[in-house]
Write a protein that binds this ligand. Sequence first.
Ligand SMILES: *[C@@H]1O[C@H](CO)[C@@H](O)[C@H](O)[C@H]1NC(C)=O
Ligand SMILES: *[C@@H]1O[C@H](CO)[C@@H](O)[C@H](O)[C@H]1NC(C)=O
Ligand SMILES: *[C@@H]1O[C@H](CO)[C@@H](O)[C@H](O)[C@H]1NC(C)=O
Ligand SMILES: *[C@@H]1O[C@H](CO)[C@@H](O)[C@H](O)[C@H]1NC(C)=O
Length: 173
Amino acid sequence: MEMVMNHQLASLILFMGLFTSAFAVSVIATPSRRNLSGAIKEMQDAKYYSFVMLIKMHPLETLLQNVTFFMPSDKILSDSALSEDGVHQFLLEHSMPAPLLFNQLRNFPTASLIPTSHAGFMLNVSNNGVNSFYINNVKIVGPNICTSGSSIRCHGINGLLGPVINTTSPIFP
Ligand SMILES: *[C@@H]1O[C@H](CO)[C@@H](O)[C@H](O)[C@H]1NC(C)=O
Ligand SMILES: *[C@@H]1O[C@H](CO)[C@@H](O)[C@H](O)[C@H]1NC(C)=O
Ligand SMILES: *[C@@H]1O[C@H](CO)[C@@H](O)[C@H](O)[C@H]1NC(C)=O
Ligand SMILES: *[C@@H]1O[C@H](CO)[C@@H](O)[C@H](O)[C@H]1NC(C)=O
């Protein structure tokens, strides 16, 4: 009897072990998740806590790699009327599907329409030099906050990026 119990217990422990490691591999420890947790640490170090909370509330597969986030400050986000239902769209429209450092972003001249992660919706660039670069009339005030990973970049901005421009293709004049 005792043998049977031990066997069942051992099976249960083995099963749980397998389950736990499978879960860890698929949900937590993939390289792209590590990219995101590295970027989140950089956002937190720069005090973009509210933006991090939105990412954690609404983790999107498309935002795990090859992405640039445009992050309003905690003050701006706390003043905003963002609803829980709006978080998904907010994150898609405050990011773009390529990891760009500020030096790469500022190659876009004024009147470029650059894609957001919301397919078909663009941001309007106004580029008046390194200290005066705007997307949708919102200034980039904290360039290059996420830099350590290879596939996630993020920059601080001093407003909310709305409304994005509904058009079929980007424009790179
Ligand atoms: C991210 O970009 C890299 C390099 O261009 C590419 O190899 C990889 O497939 C991309 N990943 C996704 C999910 O698009
Ligand atoms: C982009 O912004 C500029 C002003 O910076 C404006 O003149 C232009 O019409 C805007 N483009 C679109 C497509 O909204
Ligand atoms: C980021 O993700 C890519 C693709 O999954 C991976 O190859 C790369 O090693 C990751 N980089 C970091 C810093 O985790
Ligand atoms: C975007 O534009 C397309 C085509 O012009 C239109 O069908 C669609 O309803 C628009 N989407 C939004 C959210 O305005």
